[in-house]
Design a protein around this ligand. Structure first.
Ligand code: GLV
Ligand code: GLV
Length: 319
């Protein structure tokens, strides 16, 4: 009997064909999310789960799947939706898609930085609303980014890709994470290692690129937001719960922060009350990795991981 793979949401066609050669592939074709109960009902007896960052993979789901489940393969680099300990206890491999979405996510972070500082979205709305009545010397004044300081929180692949972009735009760079980068990498990228507090106090722009873990949950809470410069702009393309979103809304409302560019939300897809009413924010619907090229590569990577597990090999991106 062929092994069975369940895919929780449809992906770009292509990668699944390689799986279909050796496995029965079932794709949930419906619009939107499966609830936890629907997901549990779908996974019974499967050998591999092809899941998305919107699927919670916990003890209950693994239990519902049963003992023949070999792999939970996440179509994302972030894997805070997966209970890794529960997977380990059951001998189920878990994998992610590192590296292939680095450039696309850094592009979105940089695009948000430019969009907020130069008020791109407000400008677009103005033109479409027929309110552009010709050039004016004080219309939509934003702020320059060159010569300013960008603080990068979490300097893995995506944080480093953000640093490379920022250097090209003439920004000075600070970063913080648990340990400084190894070897000469930090120096080569023009990055200075500082504490979180120093970064918060000295940065004009702050961009989050750390994973969501118990340690980074609300890494930026009220106390940290209060340390930031009043004009500072916060960019989040990592995970929503890294920021206390309700506190952020308050700081933005009181003009105790300059602005924000968000691609991810604490209670995604819900927004904290007040966030969408602010004019100093740009809000995107979690599209950091949403390019045709990246999503193709992510699909291939998930399939490589599943094929390895089904063939008894160690998946290349085992966590
Ligand atoms: C996207 O958010 C990812 O983690 O891949
Ligand atoms: C992404 O691939 C990262 O680890 O930053």
């Amino acid at each position: 009997m062929k092994p069975c793979v369940f895919v929780t949401r449809p992906i770009l066609p292509g990668p699944l064909e390689r799986l279909a050669a050796i496995a029965e592939v079932r794709v949930h074709e419906g619009e939107g999310l499966l609830s936890a109960a629907e997901l549990r009902a779908q996974v019974t007896g499967i050998d591999a789960l092809f899941c998305h960052l919107t699927d919670i993979v916990d003890e209950a789901l693994l239990e519902a799947a049963g003992p023949q489940l070999r792999i939970v393969a996440n179509y994302a680099v972030g894997y805070n939706n997966i209970d890794l300990d529960a997977c380990r206890r059951r001998g189920v491999a878990a994998t992610n898609t590192p590296g292939v979405l680095t450039e696309s996510t850094a592009d979105i972070a940089f695009a948000l930085l430019l969009a907020v500082t130069r008020r791109l979205v407000e400008g677009d709305h103005m033109v479409r609303a027929g309110e552009f009545n010709g050039w004016a010397p004080q219309m939509l004044l934003g702020h320059e980014i060159s010569g300013k300081t960008l603080g990068i929180i979490g300097c893995g692949r995506i944080g480093q890709a953000m640093a490379r972009r920022a250097r090209g735009f003439g920004l000075s760079l600070l970063y913080t994470q648990r340990k400084p980068l190894a070897g000469d990498l930090g120096r080569e990228l023009g990055l200075e290692y500082v504490s979180l507090d120093e970064l918060l106090e000295h940065s004009d722009f702050i961009s989050l690129h750390c994973p969501l873990t118990p340690e980074t949950h609300h890494l930026l809470g009220r106390t940290q937001l209060a340390r930031m410069k009043r004009e500072a702009i916060l960019i989040n393309t990592a995970r929503g719960p890294v920021v206390d979103e309700a506190a952020l809304v308050e700081f933005l409302q009181k003009k105790e922060l300059g602005g924000a560019g968000f691609d991810v939300y604490e209670h995604e897809p819900q927004l904290s009350p007040g966030l969408a009413e602010l004019d100093n924010v740009v809000l995107l619907p979690h599209i950091g990795s949403a390019t045709v090229e990246t999503r193709r590569r992510m699909g291939e990577m998930v399939v490589d991981n599943i094929l390895a597990a089904l063939q008894g090999r160690r998946p290349p991106n085992a966590l």
